[in-house]
Design a protein around this ligand. Structure first.
Ligand code: MN
Length: 291
């Protein structure tokens, strides 16, 4: 099933180019609230059959007539894997944006996760807004995003997948360092709109193997990143198991699983497209922030 958040934080099931409203599946205080989808995910075991039933009958709107929002507008936690693809590690190791070089032999397995501000999330109908920080370069990173389903604390790799609700396309926008400025990674990646996600959540039952999905990103129609999650150093199960030994993961939490090679600059006026096999694709404009 494809679960979307649209218009005034309504919940929908997407199919055949249209969207069916299933907002009534969450209790009234949450209906139309940015946290409605978190509540839906939390209750999913109880409501999934009803969701399927309603999706056949509920109000239908053509997709172009709705405003798709971030499919999880407010996860409690937004975790991200650093250096999870060997070819990306190689390109960063020789990049002018890593002054002093990378520590040897360090990957997501050794480094664990970092945290992005969840306020950096935006949706497929929004825009990436670059702040006016002089002399800085902003890069795109296309990633598979994992949405947590069931509460996960100290889960094993073998049982990690039971705690996944589904998957999204994700862009981890990053302000790169240079010799002069070396702010910490969490802030460089946390500017508002620096985590576009979408276009919807594809539920885990439709993605039997998240570790073998093609993942691509274009800037103005030019292919810049063309990888596969099969190249991830730490796969989805291990990422979840490891993180859940540090902190409890909650329904609706989001994990950005790292980017393949090919990261590069974006600027105002660009159109960035991201596609993950079996999940979907969206295109988002880049502009200068006006505040
Ligand atoms: Mn990243």
């Amino acid at each position: 099933m494809k679960i979307a958040v649209f218009d005034d934080y309504r919940l929908g099931v997407v199919g055949d180019g249209s969207i069916r409203d299933i907002s009534s599946l969450v209790d009234r205080p949450w209906r139309g609230h940015p946290l409605a989808v978190n509540r839906l995910i939390e209750r999913w075991d109880d409501v999934r059959e009803e969701a399927a039933r309603q999706s056949a009958a509920a109000v239908i709107k053509p997709l172009p007539e709705v405003r798709l929002r971030a499919p999880v507008p407010q996860p409690r936690q937004l975790l991200a894997a650093p250096l999870n693809y060997h070819q990306h590690i190689s390109e960063m190791a020789s990049s002018p944006h890593v002054p002093g070089g990378l520590p040897p032999e360090q990957t997501s397995r050794e480094l664990g996760f970092f945290v992005k501000a969840s306020g950096s999330i935006c949706g497929p109908s929004d825009a990436i807004e670059l702040p006016r920080w002089s002399g800085r370069v902003f890069h795109h990173e296309c990633e598979l995003g994992v949405v947590i389903g069931r509460t996960a604390r100290a889960v094993s790799r073998q049982r990690a997948r039971e705690h996944v609700f589904g998957y999204v396309c994700l862009i981890d926008v990053t302000m790169r360092m240079n010799r002069e400025f070396q702010e910490e990674r969490p802030m460089r990646k946390s500017f508002e709109t620096f985590t576009p996600i979408g276009p919807w959540i594809v539920t885990a039952d439709e993605v039997p193997n998240p570790d073998s999905l093609g993942i691509r990103l274009w800037v103005n129609g030019e292919l810049r990143q063309d990888g596969s999650t099969a190249q991830m150093i730490v796969g989805v199960d291990e990422l979840i198991a490891s993180a859940s030994s540090v902190v409890t993961l909650h329904p609706g939490d989001l994990y950005a699983t790292g980017t393949p090679a090919g990261v590069g600059p974006i600027g105002p006026g660009d159109q960035v497209s991201v596609c993950v096999d079996k999940v979907g694709e969206f295109t988002i404009p880049v502009r200068q922030r006006d505040w």
